[in-house]
Write a protein that binds this ligand. Structure first.
Ligand code: GDP
Length: 295
C-alpha cells in the first residue's frame, strides 16, 4: 500500500499536470521512479522504452502512457518465469536452507517465521545457530525456537560455525528432519573472513549431504533501499545465493526495490516479510505485487 501511494499517486498527479508529453515530463517520471527505489539502471531502461513507445505509437496525451508504464513494470517483474519456481523443497529428503545477510536485516525473524510456516505444513523442522559470533544471535534463535516449538542445535559463542552446521546435519539425519534452517553470521566489518566462513559452511554441507544446501536465501531489509541492492551484489557473488527474502516491506514506501533487485541482479525474490509476527511471511507473487500497485 505504501509503495502504491508513493508510485501511483505521483504518476497520476504527473499525468494530470502534464497532459502533453514533453522532455520535462520524462524527467519528472524518472525522478518519481528513482525515489521509489526502482533502481537507476532499471529506470533508465524503462524511460528509454517509454520514449520509443511514445514515438512509435505517436502518443501525445500523458494519460495514454500510464497503462503502458504498468505493463512495462509487470514485464520487468515477470521477465523470467523460471524464476518463480518457489523453494527447492522436496518431500522424502532432508532439505537444507542456508540464510545469509547482514546483521539487523531480519534474518533470525525470517528463520522463525519460516520454521512456523513449515511446521504448519506438517513438516519436521530443526534450526542451526550458525551465527556463533554474537551470543545474542544464538539466544534470539532459541527464543524463536521456543515460540514455534522447534529444536535448536547450538554451540557456544565463538565456536566454529561449520562445526555447528555439521552437528545440525547429523542431528537432522538421525531425527528424520524434513527441513533444516541454518542461521549464519552477518557481520560486514570483515567481509573476507565472513565469506570464507560461509564457504566453509557450504563445503561441510556439500560433503555431509549431497545436493545441500538446497537453497541459499539472502535476507534483505527493504527499508534500506539501494543499500539492499549493494548487499545483494556482495553476497550474490560469493555466497551462491538462490533467492531473496525481502523483509520490512510493511514499513516502507520503497517497494520499488523489488523491481530493481529482480531486474538488475536476476535473483528471484521468493518471500516477503510484512511484520514482526510469526505469520507475517508471504511467498512473493510478482503479478499480485504489480496488481496491488495499480489496482
Ligand atoms: P537479524 O540481525 O538479521 O537476525 O535481524 P532480526 O531478525 O533480529 O530483526 C531485526 C529487527 O527487525 C527486529 O526488531 C525484528 O522484529 C524486525 N523485523 C524483522 N522482519 C521484519 C518485518 O518483516 N517487518 C517489520 N516491521 N520488522 C521486522
Amino acid at each position: 500500500a505504501k509503495t502504491r501511494d508513493l508510485l501511483v499517486e505521483k504518476v497520476e498527479d504527473l499525468v494530470r499536470r502534464y497532459k502533453k508529453i514533453d522532455e520535462n515530463f520524462f524527467e519528472e517520471l524518472e525522478e518519481i521512479l528513482i525515489t521509489a527505489d526502482v533502481g537507476v539502471n532499471t529506470v533508465m531502461e524503462l524511460i528509454d522504452e517509454l520514449r520509443s513507445e511514445v514515438r512509435k505509437q505517436k502518443i501525445e496525451d500523458a494519460m495514454d502512457l500510464q497503462p503502458i508504464l504498468s505493463e512495462k513494470l509487470v514485464a520487468l517483474l515477470k521477465n523470467d518465469d523460471s524464476m518463480d519456481a518457489g523453494l527447492n523443497i522436496e518431500d522424502g529428503r532432508l532439505n537444507v536452507i542456508l540464510f545469509v545477510g547482514v546483521n539487523g536485516v531480519g534474518k533470525t525473524t525470517t528463520i522463525g517465521k519460516m520454521a512456523h510456516m513449515f511446521k504448519q505444513q506438517g513438516k519436521k523442522v530443526l534450526l542451526a545457530a550458525g551465527d556463533t559470533f554474537r551470543a545474542a544471535a544464538i539466544e534470539q534463535l532459541e527464543v524463536w525456537g521456543d515460540r514455534v516449538g522447534v529444536d535448536v542445535i547450538k554451540h557456544q559463542q565463538g565456536a566454529d560455525p561449520a562445526a555447528v552446521i555439521y552437528d545440525a546435519v547429523q542431528a537432522a539425519k538421525s531425527r528424520g528432519v524434513d527441513i533444516l534452517l541454518c542461521d549464519t553470521a552477518g557481520r560486514l566489518q570483515n567481509k573476507v573472513n565472513l565469506m570464507e566462513e560461509l564457504s566453509k559452511v557450504h563445503r561441510v554441507l556439500q560433503r555431509e549431504l549431497p545436493g545441500a544446501p538446497h537453497e541459499v536465501l539472502l535476507v534483505l531489509d527493504a527499508t534500506t533501499g539501494q543499500n539492499a541492492l549493494s548487499q545483494a551484489k556482495t553476497f550474490g557473488k560469493s555466497a551462491g545465493v538462490t533467492g531473496i527474502v525481502l523483509t520490512k516491506l510493511d514499513g516502507t514506501a520503497k517497494g520499488g526495490i523489488v523491481i530493481a533487485i529482480r531486474n538488475e541482479l536476476n535473483i528471484p525474490v521468493k518471500y516477503v516479510g510484512l511484520g514482526e509476527r510469526m505469520d507475517d511471511l508471504q511467498p512473493f507473487d510478482p503479478e499480485q505485487f504489480v496488481h496491488a500497485l495499480f489496482a
